[in-house]
Design a protein around this ligand. Structure first.
Ligand code: DX5
Ligand code: ZN
Length: 214
């Protein structure tokens, strides 16, 4: 099956968000990746609930919302209500496995898919208790916070561990420094969903860039 390509609008033109989302849609994007940052969990502030709500009105594509925030359990419901279709939070943002499991259950109680993500320094073993209940694991291949950073190949090794220990239908997503070359490294290890921001939105030809990730 082809990879799920999820362009990150962090690298789009925020003054022309509708245009840039529609062009990704026209040229074969599968999801739209929305990076939510709070200035606490990561040293950057980006998009919040009202923007997600507005984007929902202008695209038919599923919204793949990546929460890089503290207290994801407090903010999950507003993002679900705003129209998130896939809601991913960070393992590091909660205190214990019990809170994590409760949040997964809460996200999945509607028709939203639940994703859990780990930062570069977090070992993939910590996700073992959750691999049968999440819909997606997001392996960060850069330190979360900014677009346009260099792919960390040592993080890609984690993909295989997750793949070998998870049910067949688990979606394995990578995010950070993904281009046509780094995508191949990740898919060969088992990733099947690719987030790309600068590679898609800073390219001269969005159509070719998306096609090269499929
Ligand atoms: C980084 C974000 C990414 C970012 C990726 O913290 O989670 O989604 O937009 O940007 P590129 O593809 O440029 O590395
Ligand atoms: Zn992201």
């Amino acid at each position: 099956m082809a990879n799920i390509v999820s362009p990150s609008i962090l690298s789009a033109d925020f003054a022309n968000l509708e245009r840039d989302i529609k062009s990704a849609e026209k040229y074969g994007a599968d999801w739209i990746h929305v990076d939510v940052m709070d200035g606490h969990f990561v040293p950057n502030i980006t998009i919040g609930v009202p923007v997600v709500k507005s984007i929902k009105r202008i695209t038919a594509l599923p919204l793949d919302v990546h929460l890089m925030i503290e207290k994801p359990d407090f903010y999950a419901q507003p993002f679900i209500d705003a129209g998130a279709d896939i809601l991913t939070f960070h393992y590091e943002a909660l205190d214990n496995d019990n809170q994590i499991q409760q949040l997964i259950n809460k996200i999945k109680s509607g028709s939203v898919k639940a994703g859990i993500s780990i930062k570069p320094k977090t070992k993939p073993e910590v996700l073992l208790p959750f691999l049968n209940s999440v819909d997606m694991v997001l392996i960060m291949t850069v330190e979360p916070g900014f677009g346009g950073q260099k792919f960390m190949s040592e993080c890609a090794e984690k993909i295989k561990f997750i793949k070998d220990n998870s049910p067949k239908n688990l979606i394995i997503q990578v995010d950070g420094g993904i281009d046509n070359n780094t995508a191949k490294i990740c898919t060969s290890l088992g990733a099947n969903s690719l987030v790309a921001g600068s590679y898609i939105y800073k390219s001269d030809n969005i159509q070719n860039a998306i096609a090269s990730l499929k």
